[in-house]
Design a protein around this ligand. Structure first.
Ligand code: NDP
Length: 313
């Protein structure tokens, strides 16, 4: 059944067509989340004299990573938190990077540590991530946090899946009993997303590049989360009428001589069938940084034995 147009919290983002489905406005949701975080940070500062701090480490000059790091730093400061940026030369040795992580682990001003991926080829990303103090691992990639999430315990939850979960809960309320298909099985998005949906009582299928007849697998789902990195791969014909579709993909394509961002879902055909879906840009993307800030606040509260703000999962 087609659901009425529903825009959470504020206005819809502008989109290329007039969809029949509701637009899940991640940009507005993230702005409201950041505002609430800023209010809680202000309370921490005035009542407890504590300033949450996020350290971001960038190795090398990858242009996309530089943009991400700049945005993270700006939004961290806007929320009233401390931002510590460490930019290292691409030729930095793994030992030097591990040394920096060791210093950040023991720095009481730093509550969250994020090492921007990808790292240069001469570094072992798993070794680097697992050197981060798990209580400061605001990306949620440390093996201990992966294990805690997988066993349903209190963990640092990876930011992009956490943002998707928040949007789904805001749109659908309780997710219990719904059937969910996650397309993509990466450690960063697909697998933790599936764990979170399982934790909320969904019946979860994880699809990937070896899945047979992907279209009919997707068509079973009330909730579809797509994180494959293939422009507009999932089409409206694959989607169950009324399903909620979360498009994690960010793909830069050339259209009519212009550079454009598109998701992993074909927006126009999906919008004609889905009950609700996220646009690209303006859907999941803005939620990722907002959840990084939420995780930093959570880490800070846990570190100081204070009640958590209750914003994260
Ligand atoms: P990965 O490349 O790590 O994983 C992609 C997954 O998609 C793999 O599991 C792969 O399967 C699967 N896949 C690839 N092709 C197909 C296919 N034809 N059919 C079914 N499954 C397929 O990507 P990420 O998870 O890191 O990212 C996915 C997308 O999300 C990218 O566009 C990325 O830019 C975006 N992203 C967006 C973020 C945001 O903040 N909005 C944050 C992180 C990522 P297999 O394992 O079998 O190879």
């Amino acid at each position: 059944m087609r659901q009425a147009l529903f825009i959470p919290m504020t206005e819809a983002a502008s989109v290329p067509s007039s969809p029949a489905a509701a637009l899940i406005d991640g940009k507005a949701f993230a702005a409201t989340l950041r505002q609430r975080l800023a209010e809680q940070v202000a309370v921490l500062r005035t009542e407890h004299g504590i300033m949450p701090g996020l350290a971001v480490v960038l190795v090398g000059e990858d242009p996309a990573s530089q943009v991400y790091v700049r945005n993270k730093g700006r939004q961290t400061l806007e929320c009233g938190m401390n931002s510590f940026e460490h930019k290292l030369d691409a030729g930095t040795s793994e030992a030097d990077l591990l040394g920096l992580i060791g210093r950040l682990n023991s720095d009481p001003q730093v509550h969250g540590i994020l090492v921007q991926l990808p790292l240069p080829a001469h570094m072992d990303a798993n070794k680097v991530i697992n050197a981060i103090d798990p209580t400061k691992d605001v990306d949620g990639f440390h093996i201990l946090n992966v294990g805690l999430l997988g066993t349903g315990q209190k963990a640092m939850v990876p930011c992009t899946p956490l943002g998707c979960l928040m949007l789904l809960r805001d749109r659908l309320g309780k997710l219990e009993g719904l059937s969910a298909v996650v397309v993509g099985r990466s450690n960063i998005v697909g697998k933790p997303m599936a764990q979170l949906l399982l934790g909320d009582g969904c019946t979860v299928t994880i699809a990937h590049s070896r899945t047979q007849d992907l279209a009919s697998v997707v068509r079973q789902a009330d909730i579809v989360v797509v994180a494959v990195g293939r422009p507009e791969m999932v089409r409206g014909e694959w989607i169950k009428p009324g399903a909620t579709v979360i498009d994690v993909g960010i793909n830069r394509v050339e259209r009519d001589g212009q550079n454009k961002l598109v998701g992993d879902v074909h927006f126009d055909s999906a919008a004609a069938v889905a009950g609700a879906l996220t646009p690209v840009p303006g859907g999941v993307g803005p939620m990722t940084i907002a959840c990084l800030l939420a995780n930093t606040l959570t880490a800070c509260c846990r570190n100081h034995g204070l009640p958590e703000a209750g914003l994260a999962a």
